[in-house]
Write a protein that binds this ligand. Sequence first.
Ligand code: SAM
Length: 270
Amino acid sequence: MLTSLTLQPIGYLRTQQEVKFKAGHQPASAEEASNELELLPGCGYEQALQDLAGVERIWLLWWFHRNSAWRPLVLPPRGPAQRRGVFATRSPHRPNPLGLSSTALLGVQGRRLLLGPCDLIDGTPVFDLKPYVPVYDAFPSARAGWIDETEAAYRNPPPFTVQLMPTAEVHATWLREIWGIDFTARLSELLARDPAPHRTRRIRRRGPDHFEISCGAWRALFIVADTHVSVLALEPAYPMKFLSRPGYEDVPDRDAQLAFLARWPTATGL
Ligand SMILES: C[S@@+](CC[C@H](N)C(=O)[O-])C[C@H]1O[C@@H](n2cnc3c(N)ncnc32)[C@H](O)[C@@H]1O
């Protein structure tokens, strides 16, 4: 019996999604995106890509390389705050953290594949790709247990309204206009569904009335009244002592976080 295997990536995903927060929970089909899978040179992969013309979607098999531990029970980000067996979920926290995503194949140029929306982050190692074949792979009427129930609830309008208050609006505009950083749509989408504290959604209580949600390299501070969420301010997720320390140069949005702290050293005061 084989007890361990060694696999080698065939290539790496290149995308604007540097942090997990920016990647969707599953590849979305609606929005256009340009992600690239760059296969390694010198392996004959150009030839292996032959005959993909006419294939509209492919499967990617990949590694959740930014995860370290697995858990038998996980808290899915969508749906009620209930732990599920990891094998009944698509959670990254698996004993063998293998990811499986189907994505649109928009073109092939040499060893580079141009892809549609993906739920992989930048630098993700990819082990294999295969054509997505609807007659083999699609069973649209198959039941999916608790996931069907969650998806049905998501078809209802979101129960909360979300508003960026003036300070948060100033922060968001500055981030967008000066740094091209904008996570407010995703932030609003998450809070409109459920702003309650939740480990996987990375929502925490920050005081008697205040909450914070982590949004990749950033955080948003908010309060909730009935079904209304007011986002009070945005702020960097990393404190100055980390950002300015040698060895932390690769922190996502590091320069923008430093500039933010220089401009608003005590932005939220909380
Ligand atoms: C819920 S998982 C589903 C992945 C895949 N569609 C599957 O079912 O196996 C998608 C999430 O994994 C996270 N993710 C993407 N690439 C990752 C990586 N290389 N390492 C760790 N987490 C990653 C992102 O937060 C993304 O939203």
